[in-house]
Design a protein around this ligand. Structure first.
Ligand code: THU
Length: 135
């Protein structure tokens, strides 16, 4: 199955009774396996989770921690833009050059990278061993 098919397919299962905005995400891990996730909302609104978070959770649960490619689809006028939190979550598991495709249901596609989505990302380097105590 392609990344695109996985994202479109899992989107159908999104649980979005409050926003009515279904999102599907698929990620390819370093070993080539595809993991998919959809948004899962909750009546306690802040408890809802994004599609990207679901796909990441599926990958990590399967024992993989590196992703190489991402595909996100929603029924939006312009291709869906991952939220800030999801950009940081994706950056945890992929390098800046990882390809990210954003799509809507009308066949519009935008291709970008993790680095372009999250410039100036907070990363491991900011927590290097020698950061020292400055007190
Ligand atoms: N949402 C995602 O799942 N991924 C995104 O990239 C953007 C937003 C979800 C969260 C919420 O369930 C709904 O879309 C409306 O914000």
């Amino acid at each position: 199955m392609s990344l695109e098919k996985a994202a479109f397919g899992v989107r159908e299962n999104a649980y979005a009774p409050y926003s009515r905005f279904k999102v599907g995400a698929a990620i390819r891990s370093a070993d080539g396996t595809i993991y998919a996730g959809c948004n899962v909302e909750n009546i306690a609104y802040p408890e809802g989770t994004c599609a990207e978070a679901g796909a990441i959770a599926a990958m990590v649960a399967a024992g993989e921690t590196r992703l190489t490619e991402v595909f996100v689809v929603a029924d939006s006028m312009v291709p869906v833009s991952p939220c800030g939190g999801c950009r940081q979550k994706l950056a945890e598991f992929g390098t800046g050059d990882a390809k990210v495709t954003l799509a809507n249901l009308d066949g519009v596609r935008e291709t970008t990278t993790l680095a372009a989505l999250l410039p100036g990302a907070f990363g491991r380097d900011h927590m290097a061993e020698d950061h020292g105590d400055r007190d």
